[in-house]
Design a binder for this molecule. Structure first.
Ligand code: GDP
Ligand code: IMO
Ligand code: MG
Length: 440
């Protein structure tokens, strides 16, 4: 009856979608527990003619392409009803049955147009401040929707099913947000009637998907089902454990799974961390190993490091083991999947950050407060690179020695087994027979 959790161990975009998709056939249920359409989870497969097909999921869990898997959008997700219905249509247009396989929590909070409008106004205001402290959000309304949830003024999926309740709650919310937009941000107010009329129509379209997903999941677990919980974003974007305020507004870390799905912690028996073989970050905030130079640009181009949701160029840098050790501690990773190892082929030397220098002293402590993290300097160890293209490798023993040593270095530093290595975007580009280095 166990739950396994897939968690981004860096700043997001580690390849969670790919790993979740390829693990899905071993599970009965795949569930998203937090975040919203700020996520962009890319799945790539080979079609019958041998061409690569790609699909980017924002809200629907990455198990949807496997017909025996039921997908759940949990109560912890903030749901843009328009975005999810568009996504469902797109998936159906590929000939995939969604209707009986997707369940949406009746308790999930909704993202409305006014959340996006408030977020845009807030970001503009922050950007125009003398110290430009915009967060660089995805513009999907995430922060303001979670704000309403915790202010107890949010609108939930269940409210979509009662037109009178919805009308009343929407009016109140839009009027309040209009006052904020007009009076605080000097921004344009929204048309109350237009939004109300648009959203009262959603009841019929969404009704069949809505259920008490916590009850569904707990019953399924009791009946012996295996559940895969798919984290969105990354641990270093967690609202408590990331470099606040340059974070998202939810808990991508392991604890978020239980509150975001309504499953007990005692049901969780595996926490799998996903880490890119180097680091990327989209949006603003400290990034100690960032390569703001030609080397960073080379990684960006070779790794195709452009946001799957916004298309923004991702900031790129060397692997940061100080940060990974911190997220491994918080999440209690049982094992790690290292992705995009293929992107490092052809680099003569690879740098890996093993300590930070702060205030003249070396430390392995990761300071999650942004103002300290801004001031640390990375201390690197240099490892030899490899020249071979590794995208066709399917077994660990076929990897160049330097690539094996790179993986061993990560595992030993973190004291966590690297159990999977991803060496290309497609499902079949995975190495699962990783040999663990002999204990020293
Ligand atoms: P997610 O948000 O964690 O699911 O990751 P994204 O989908 O935003 O970004 C990961 C990108 O890397 C996508 O374009 C994937 O298709 C691609 N990808 C995933 N794993 C690998 C890999 O091992 N090698 C390469 N070259 N690309 C990968
Ligand atoms: P996946 O699931 C990478 C970043 C934004 C910004 C910060 C806050 O694909 O890994 P938000 O819109 O959440 O309020 O933005 O978080 N961010 C992500 N970065 N991958 C993501 O999701 C992200 N979701 C949010 O760029 O820095
Ligand atoms: Mg992504």
């Amino acid at each position: 009856m166990p739950v396994s959790i897939v968690i981004g161990s860096q700043w997001g975009d580690e390849g969670k979608g790919k790993i979740t998709d390829l693990m899905s056939p071993d599970f009965d249920v795949v569930a998203r527990y937090q975040g919203g359409a700020n996520a962009g989870h890319t799945i790539v497969w080979e079609d019958e003619e041998g061409n690569d097909e790609e699909f980017v999921l924002h809200l629907v869990p990455s198990g949807i392409f496997h017909e025996n898997v039921t997908c759940v959008i949990g109560n912890g997700v903030v749901l843009d009803p328009k975005a999810v219905l568009d996504e469902i249509e797109k998936i159906q247009s590929l000939g995939i049955e969604v209707e009986d396989r997707l369940k949406i929590s009746h308790n999930a909070h909704l993202i409305m147009p006014y959340h996006k409008a408030v977020e845009a106004a807030q970001e503009e205001e922050r950007a125009s401040a003398s110290d430009d402290d915009a967060i660089g959000t995805t513009g999907r309304g995430i922060g303001p929707a979670y704000t309403d949830k915790f202010a107890r003024s949010g609108i939930r999926v269940v409210d979509l099913l009662d037109r009178d309740v919805l009308r009343q709650k929407l009016r109140r919310s839009i009027e309040e947000k209009n006052a904020i937009l007009r009076d605080i941000y000097d921004a344009e107010a929204l048309d109350v009637d237009r939004i109300v009329e648009e959203y009262v129509e959603f009841d019929q379209r969404i009704d069949s998907f809505v259920t008490d997903t916590s009850k569904y999941l707990c019953n399924a677990l009791d009946d012996g089902a295996d559940v895969l919980a798919e984290g969105a974003q990354g641990s270093l974007l967690d609202v408590d454990f990331g470099s606040y305020p340059y974070v998202t507004s939810s808990h991508p870390t392991a604890g978020g799974c239980c509150t975001g799905l309504g499953v007990p912690p005692t049901a969780v028996d595996r926490v799998l961390g996903i880490a890119k073989a180097y680091c990327t970050r989209v949006g603003n905030g400290p990034f100690p190993t960032e390569l703001d130079n030609e080397a960073g640009e080379a990684l960006r181009q070779k790794g195709g490091e452009f946001g799957a949701t916004t298309g923004r160029p991702r900031r790129c840098g060397w692997l940061d083991l100080v940060a990974l050790r911190y997220t491994s501690m918080i999440n209690g990773f049982n094992d790690l999947a290292i992705t995009k190892l293929d992107i490092l082929s052809g680099m003569e030397e690879l740098k890996v950050c093993t300590q930070y220098r702060y205030d003249g002293k070396k430390t392995r402590r990761f300071p999650s407060e942004a103002q300290t993290l801004e001031k640390v300097d990375p201390v690197y160890e240099t490892l030899p690179g490899w020249s071979e293209d590794i995208t066709d490798v399917r077994h660990f023993h076929e990897l160049p020695t330097e690539a094996k040593d790179y993986l061993a270095f990560i595992g030993e530093y973190l004291d966590v087994d690297v159990g999977m290595v991803s060496n290309g975007p497609r499902r079949d580009q995975i190495i699962s027979d990783v040999e663990q280095p002999a204990a020293a």
